[in-house]
Write a protein that binds this ligand. Sequence first.
Ligand code: HEC
Ligand SMILES: [Cu+2]
Length: 332
Amino acid sequence: MRKEWIARVIVIFLLAAAIGIPAVGWWKRSQGIVIHARMAETGGWTPENLTVAVGQPLHLRLTSDDVTHSFAIGQSDQPAVEVKPGEMTEVTLTLDHPGKYTFYCTRWCSVNHWRMRGIIEVTGQQTTPEAVEPPLYILLGLDIDGDHDAEVVPAQMPSALRGAQFQNMVAAVYRSREYYQTHSPVELWQALRSEPASQPLADQDVWDLVAWIWQSNITPQELSVGQQLYTANCSACHGETGSGNGVFADLLAQPDTENHSVRQTGQMTIRPADFTDPVHILSASPAHLQGKLLRGGMGTGMPYWGPIFTEDQTWALIAYLWSFQFEMEKLP
Ligand code: HEC
Ligand SMILES: [Cu+2]
């Protein structure tokens, strides 16, 4: 009698376990992974490394332990979502390509805001192996850390509109996309200046022509995408007007020089570049600027944006940077 009773209990127990254990696992998965957001100084994202199989939905529940943050995934169309203290924001992501994705905060929550980054590793077989082209500055072997001060600069801001009247004097070679990406405005100016066709032009006319050629490589669409990205990601340091005086510039330009051990790698040691300074910018090619953007300024505080932007977005940002040097079509 007693044995039968024990056997029953065991059967019921096993049944409960057989149903219960997978159910708990399923329940946990459906509830998702909780991610806590904190300012970079106090920890950033926890956890900051996630792994998921390709194509499998990743259910995240995001909450903040301090101020409002925002969660976004680099190089993807996934819209950014707000992450607020005391609330759970739920997101379900399905990533269709294996690889490493960077997730990051899009709100200027603190001076080290841009350090709020984490990685989602998507595992699985690469179906169509992607040929990853190295960025242009690598292909060209550019030394993006070298000094590059312009020997010649325009007397006034070059105007694409004024330059348009001389467009017939320009040989096709200077108008290609490739030329634009790989040369600085100064190099173009010097090349045009030495062309017999442009001898009758004044120096400023040649600068206007340079502005026109630059603008003809930039679409209005790129300018507006670039402007949005710049406002969201760059203006806090480089300033709304591009002159290197963003709200964080002063804070960041005073690293703790007394005590180097406190200093984090990449903490800003020099002021953000001034995009309105012709001496500094007109001597840089788009490939050079893109290189800095992708790689960041080693040890200077310029963040690396490689894992955040798509290639088109980087070119749109570069396009927008030129609007601090050249009068181009007015933005709406
Ligand atoms: C945290 C502050 C900070 C933010 C945010 C930031 N930058 Fe910078 N940036 C710097 C500093 C500091 C430098 C100067 C150091 C250097 O050139 O390496 C710099 C330099 C640059 C340069 C190099 C210019 C040259 O002289 O060759 C480019 C291009 C640039 N930034 C673009 C951007 C863009 C575009 C964004 C937004 C996507 C951005 N930066 C966001 C701090 C910042
Ligand atoms: Cu944040």
